[in-house]
Design a protein around this ligand. Structure first.
Ligand SMILES: Cc1cc2nc3c(=O)[nH]c(=O)nc-3n(C[C@H](O)[C@H](O)[C@H](O)COP(=O)(O)OP(=O)(O)OC[C@H]3O[C@@H](n4cnc5c(N)ncnc54)[C@H](O)[C@@H]3O)c2cc1C
Length: 300
């Protein structure tokens, strides 16, 4: 199929590892994919990971940012058509596939197959839920904004009982915080992290936060870090009525990554298909690309 008239073989929404992997595989299999990314760079959450990524066995010693740069390079080398700064706002089913709309698009692209690879965002406190935090002293989720924070001499509260909460509590202590108190409604973090905190720096049970006054249980803090887990970024696909898992992620078939809507695939963290990380997101991209190849070739 020609890609010059707004028609593509498949449109991939999201330029993180899952979406890039799917697009690169489709291009190298001889198809014409379009990748649309809301941000102005490729890489997804890897762009927010300034730390070394020692979990990726094929890229030892690289930081998340370097992984993101490599993803952009792979897309370019496979000559994948890529639209940056192009937030998809809706996906509509039409007789021969799907049309995607966004206020930044001059032409609404269409394709018989759509791949949702839009990842997750950190859950905030309801009123302040943007990834990275929106108020002075309030940091939502992990990433570069935590690294940029000067913790020296600061009183820090950490909200959450998972690995991210404890890893970042330890990070703040290591960066010179005067005190770090973890507030955990339930304790789910690995024991190796919990053991490194003194027991009286962990408040286990319910607590009350005032995000504007920066208090927890009326105790004042200089910095409050929030680690309440993640939620999928899929509002734009609401019209498709996709089935969700109990946790709200897109439900998919394990063999193909297809969703409950024929022709729509979901990969990476938006579907939470396996343990979420770069390697599993890349693998998911391959699964969807091969499933789409099989469908295209069966229809030819
Ligand atoms: C601080 C931090 C450290 C991490 N460390 C590691 C590590 O060491 N090793 C590891 O393996 N993993 C690590 N991870 C996790 C890893 O980054 C993620 O598992 C991985 O990036 C998920 O890939 P994804 O493609 O599913 O989603 P994402 O990477 O989140 O990509 C989704 C993309 O979709 C785009 N998007 C969203 N909505 C729209 C829309 N409507 N229209 C167009 N585009 C849209 C987003 O802008 C984003 O670029 C880390 C994550 C963080 C935050």
């Amino acid at each position: 199929m020609s890609a010059g008239n707004g028609n593509y073989d498949a449109i991939i929404v999201g330029g993180g590892p899952a979406g890039v992997s799917c697009a690169v595989w489709l291009a190298r299999l001889g198809f014409a994919p379009l990748l649309i990314e809301a941000g102005d760079t490729i890489g997804g959450l890897c762009r927010h990971n300034p730390y070394k990524d020692d979990w990726n066995a094929s890229l030892p010693g690289m930081s998340g940012v370097q992984v993101a740069d490599n993803l952009a390079l792979s897309l370019a080398q496979a000559s994948v058509q890529t639209w940056l700064s192009g937030r998809v706002e809706s996906v509509q089913r039409v007789h021969d596939g799907f049309v995607l709309k966004g206020s930044a698009f001059a032409v609404a692209p269409r394709a018989p197959y759509v791949v949702l690879a839009t990842g997750v965002r950190a859950r905030g406190l309801g009123c302040l839920s943007d990834f990275g935090g929106t108020a002075k002293g309030l940091l939502v989720g992990p990433g570069a904004h935590v690294v940029a924070q000067d913790f020296r001499g600061k009183r820090v509260a950490v909200l959450g009982g998972g690995d991210n909460a404890f890893e970042n509590a330890l990070y703040a202590l290591g960066r010179g915080a005067a005190s770090v108190q973890v507030y955990a409604r339930s304790l789910r973090a690995q024991k190796q992290f919990v053991r490194q905190m003194s027991p009286d720096s962990i408040t286990h049970g319910s607590y009350v936060v005032d995000a504007h006054a920066l208090t927890v249980n009326d105790q004042a803090y200089d910095v409050i870090m929030v680690f309440y887990g993640w939620e999928p970024c899929v509002e734009f696909a609401a019209d498709l009525g996709l089935q969700r898992s109990r946790q709200g992620f897109i439900a998919t078939d394990m063999q193909t990554a297809q969703t409950s809507c024929a022709g729509v695939y979901a990969i990476g963290e938006v579907a939470q298909r396996q343990h979420p990380c770069v390697v599993t997101a890349l693998a998911d991209g391959v699964t969807a690309a091969k499933a789409i190849q099989a469908r295209i070739e069966a229809a030819a």
